[in-house]
Design a protein around this ligand. Structure first.
Ligand code: HEM
Length: 149
């Protein structure tokens, strides 16, 4: 389904931006430029976004496994954050490591969707315009000239 495919593409882009923002906020928080309230809020907000992205992926029947993996990793990320903040500070190290996994999966998905979108645009343009390196099809003779000769 086209709408699900387009929705999925935009939600994955949103997730990629959110993950990048999380790294920025974590870095800023580490140097006491800000507290972790926004980081926490964005982190929890990414979970429902991932869930909707997964339902779109399921409807579109594309990239279901990777989108599900991203969603699960986001859940694990929040759980590791809670454990680290509540009782086991060393688990914070795993929160940082798992963030790399989240970034890798969401980043790979973003790249694949970008390539798919590009291929679609090229295919669409190719059906309208001559492709570089390939001769344009000769224009059909105009009926008035064809009849004159
Ligand atoms: C995919 C990227 C990330 C996501 C989705 C994410 C998500 C979260 C969430 C949901 C919490 C709240 C846990 C709670 O309720 O206590 C949290 C806390 C925290 N995160 Fe992240 N995080 C990410 C990346 C990082 C990175 C890269 C770091 C630093 C290496 C980091 C450092 C922290 C810290 C220090 C807290 C505890 C804040 C506090 O309670 O004072 N996070 N994160």
């Amino acid at each position: 389904m086209r709408w699900a495919q387009i929705g999925h593409r935009w939600l994955i882009r949103l997730m990629m931006a959110g993950v990048a923002l999380q790294f920025f906020l974590a870095g800023a928080g580490a140097f006491f430029a800000t507290d972790f309230d926004v980081h926490r809020a964005v982190g929890y907000a990414l979970i429902p976004v991932g869930a909707v992205a997964f339902s779109f992926a399921a409807a579109a029947r594309r990239h279901r496994v990777m989108t599900l993996v991203a969603l699960v990793l986001l859940g694990v990320q929040a759980a590791l954050g809670v454990i680290a903040a509540d009782s086991e500070p060393w688990v914070g190290g795993l929160h940082g490591m798992n963030a790399l996994a989240v970034g890798a999966v969401v980043g790979t998905l973003t790249g694949r969707l970008f390539e798919e979108g590009r291929a679609e645009r090229i295919a669409l343009a190719g059906s309208r315009e001559p492709v570089a390196g390939r001769e344009a099809a000769p224009a059909p003779p105009r009926p008035d000239r064809a009849s004159a000769s």
